[in-house]
Design a binder for this molecule. Sequence first.
Ligand SMILES: Cc1ncc(COP(=O)(O)O)c(C=O)c1O
Length: 424
Amino acid sequence: MSMKRSHASGHPFNPETLALGYGYDPLLSEGSVKPPVFLTSTFQFESAEEGKRFFELAYGLRQADEGETSGLIYSRLNNPNLQIFEERMAAWDEADTGATFASGMAAIATTLLAMLRPGDVLLRTSPVYGGTYYLCEHILPSFGIKVHEVPAGSKAPEAMRALAAEVGWEHIRGIYVETPSNPDIVHTDIAAMKALALEIAASNGAEVPLMVDNTFLGPLFQRPVAHGADLVLYSATKFIGGHSDLIAGVVTGRKAMMLKVLEMRTILGTMTTPFNGWLLQRSLETLSVRMRRQAKSARKLAELLKAHPKVLQVTYPGMTDEGDEQHAIWERQCTGTGSLISFEVEGGEAAAFRVLNHFEIARLAVSLGGTESLVEHPMTMTHSDMPQAYLERLGVRPGLIRMSVGLEHLSDLERDLEQALSFA
Ligand SMILES: Cc1ncc(COP(=O)(O)O)c(C=O)c1O
């Protein structure tokens, strides 16, 4: 029998517990305690009638009877390794269901294509990850979808309200928020964005889904569904995969919207492979331990950076002053600090490059959330697609470095950071 979502007494299990057993029945796989890798493109039906039933449900040709579920058909539609991971992710996010993708960008693009149609307007915060920016700036407009943005942060909900009034509420069909934002780690209030989405939806009589990219803090330290998000998107390449050895994405959310996302995934074929699904499910088992330990080290490094004479500014969740608006949002919607730090060194790009070139432990590489520490230069690397003036307006300046803190010994990381900074 597979593990239930709660104890027999009704007491719900925590996501850490569910990550070790939920959604998998060993007795269906020769008693194997760990799920095997289901490396198959297709699944055999017991009878033609069963095949017909499975397709009817998978293609929405009829409603499921009480307790009836769709069976396994074909690995573009469903596969046990993806399903186990999806059920555990949905439990973690307190969402109805999940969908795994070949990359974070596949998750984002498939979701936006599922939600939007030509003539629709999407409102979003900025900055966002470079790939998301490119999709919104260059690809969606070529399909007749208009995308407008406001700066992320404490003022984003009221700025978005003003923007909505300016562009007209009638065509708005979605709000997209990356919080905290990449690379400057700025928080946007999810509940306030949801209030705006509901108002717009009530006025134009259409769904206005609130989509939240939760890559930086989730699912451990931020659960957007609890604050009103309809769809929660991740680059699972980062903390969820956690070992910098795969590219993947995942979306969780409300059932009705997820059905549209799954329909689009089935037809575009943007799902991940069984083996990556297996790796993700395996990584989820240690997610809580990894993220908590990484966050603990990151907090110490952020404090070191804050006190350093060559560092002009440090952004780290929860390290804002009490009473600060960013602090208030963080306190309301986050339960931890995460392990990403943005800091600006004195001396612009040249100084930032000297620092980056002298790390001995932290690797000079893009990406984040892996077991090893990584450092990069957003302006010339992950965000180099965006015009420099645009980035500077958003606070992404030439001296800015993004650091993802890994699982190395803290004292080694402290020494590494100190010696690299001495070259600034
Ligand atoms: C916040 C955020 N969202 C989405 C993505 C895209 O994910 P992937 O590289 O897995 O496609 C990234 C990648 O860095 C990211 O940082």
